[in-house]
Design a protein around this ligand. Structure first.
Ligand code: G
Ligand code: MN
Length: 534
């Protein structure tokens, strides 16, 4: 197995176990949102219903109470005559007005006249089973029964006169109860009404649910005559769950649909990423990558003193893939180390066919991830050993970016490799983060000036001040300069005049495949020899 192939599986980021986590999340998220939202929605709908129910009860209770107050005024206003005389009035009022069970007259704590029973003599304390005190501050109040109908709740309203007479109106609780029952069906509700400090009147559904009901809404009001009204609405949890599932039934299909769409998108993205890795691996196995070599002009000899290895990918049936694109993608997919190892095997294969002298420079671009990995030194050592027959001088071209983000490993790698005689160049100098401080910290050998600065040299007599400063800076730091992207005679002359050690660019030579480079190099050597001879 070739060296470039073996490590690729080790580079895979993540196993299949969590590879599809984003897909699962994309599916689950809308469903989760739907579940939570429908729960909140069901709650708010139930609370709204409960509020509506409570308001209906309040309005009706207020209306009954206000009629009772009117009635009790009239009852208490009846003269303090004998019952036989007053009874016809009491009976007429009781019969002609809704709600009232009986209208009662009392004197000094004793009931002596009732619209239902006629003349009676009973202690007001008979009401005490449903604790009643005829005192101004307890009216009105709800009771669970009266002497006439001990099992049916009622609302009592009374008015005492200073002369010891009192009028009492008993409102039949049935009306209130029917109302509570009717309103309770609005949403499986349980309701109770308390007037004053009395006992609660409750809907039949009260306490009937399997699980304890939860308080949902409480309405309080001060009714006619300052009577305190409290209406409590409870809902059994099963009703809430039912409303929730109804709401969920409505929205879940849409959430599932959205989730499925997102999951499909995530899956496509995932599998296209997956397949890009696969494509790279396949391309390496199928030998689709090639290295082009761009010659480097050396000022000292006036000839080619090295090359930069540049990766090329020619996809069958597709054509060339731009290196900046597939290199960036390989970096993003965690494949750049595998790809660079593959590149080294290709260079090794090519170098065997060349006739280059010892110390011929071979520049190799090293990505930040590789530079800061513990695998770099063994990789490069293996490469150096494999090309030992030609004894080239290997120059690692690294970016400013990888130095600035270094956590120590890059520095250790650089130190180790330089100690073994390798050289390090800072590539595309000046285009990264312009922090010059790392130049003092990191021991490097070359600065490769980016073509952008070189292309500032346009016409004769014009200055390229930034370029000049970089050249001066390099010599002050003891670094050799490589100028990149040199395309014209003028640029070439300008750089030569300023003592730039190496010049790279289309003006001198374009990047070319290995065989073509070997031929070109032989001709360049001949031309040099001829030049020297002549
Ligand atoms: O590793 P680096 O970014 O330095 O790669 C050098 C790049 O510059 C490669 O893409 C190479 O094809 C390109 N290149 C080499 N010589 C020239 C040149 O003279 N002009 C221009 N525009 N690009 C060049
Ligand atoms: Mn480079």
């Amino acid at each position: 197995m070739r060296r470039g192939d073996a490590p690729t599986s080790g580079m895979t980021v993540g196993g299949p176990s969590w590879r599809y986590l984003p897909v699962a999340l994309a599916l689950a998220l809308p469903v989760l949102v739907c579940v939570v939202w429908t729960w909140l929605h069901a709650n708010s709908v139930q609370r709204q219903e409960a509020g509506m129910a409570a308001r209906i009860v309040r309005v009706q209770a207020e209306s009954i109470l206000s009629q009772s107050w009117d009635m009790v005024e009239r009852v208490a206003g009846l003269a303090s005559g004998p019952c036989a005389e007053l009874l016809p009035d009491l009976q007429r009022w009781g019969a002609l007005n809704p709600y009232f069970r009986s209208l009662v007259l009392a004197r000094d704590g004793r009931v002596y006249c009732s619209s239902a029973l006629g003349g009676v003599d009973a202690s007001v304390d008979d009401f005490s089973r449903w604790p009643v005190r005829i005192s101004p501050d307890v009216w009105p109040l709800t009771v669970t029964g009266t002497p006439l109908a001990p099992d049916r709740p009622a609302v009592l309203v009374g008015k005492s006169r200073p002369d010891g007479y009192s009028g009492i109106v008993e409102v039949d609780g049935r009306y209130v109860q029917d109302l509570l029952n009717a309103v309770a069906t609005m949403g499986d509700l349980q309701l109770e009404l308390i007037v004053g400090k009395g006992a609660p009147i409750r809907s039949d559904s009260w306490g009937r649910s399997a699980a304890p009901a939860m308080p949902l809404y409480r309405e309080t009001a001060s009714g006619p005559g300052g009577a305190a009204l409290a209406i409590d609405v409870m809902v059994p949890p099963e009703a809430l769950v039912q409303a929730w599932s109804r709401s969920m039934l409505t929205y879940l299909p849409a959430a599932l649909l959205i989730g499925a769409g997102l999951a499909l998108g995530a899956y496509r993205l995932q599998s296209s990423r997956q397949s890009f890795k696969e494509q790279l691996r396949r391309a390496m196995r199928a030998d689709e990558f090639q290295v082009h070599y761009q010659p480097l002009y050396g000022q000292a000899t006036g000839r080619c003193e090295g090359v930069e290895a540049l990766m090329r990918w020619e996809r069958p049936g597709v054509g060339p893939v731009r290196p900046d694109i597939f290199i960036a993608a390989a970096e993003a997919e965690g494949m750049i180390v595998a790809l660079t190892r593959h590149l080294l095997t290709l260079i090794e294969r090519d170098v065997r066919t060349w006739a280059t002298p010892p110390d011929f420079r071979i520049g190799v671009n090293i990505a930040p991830e590789h530079l800061s990995s513990a695998g770099l030194v063994p990789d490069i050592q293996a490469f150096v050993a494999s090309v030992a027959a030609r004894r080239p001088l290997i120059v690692l071209e690294i970016t400013e970016r990888s130095l600035i983000s270094d956590n120590g490993q890059a520095r250790r790698n650089i130190d180790a490799l330089r100690a073994k005689g390798l050289r390090v160049a800072i590539d595309d100098f000046g285009t990264g983060h312009c922090s010059l401080s790392y130049l003092q910290e990191f021991p490097v050998d070359y600065l490769k000036i980016d073509k952008g600065f070189v292309q500032a040299i346009e016409s004769a007599g014009e200055e390229a001040p930034v370029l000049d400063v970089i050249i001066t800076l390099s010599s002050r730091l003891g670094l050799a300069v490589v100028a990149e992207g040199v395309e014209t005679q003028r640029q070439f002359d300008y750089l030569k005049a300023r003592g730039v050690a190496f010049i790279q660019g289309y003006f001198f030579a374009r990047p070319m495949p290995s065989a073509e480079f070997a031929r070109w190099y032989a001709e360049d050597a001949q031309a040099g020899a001829a030049g020297q001879a002549g």
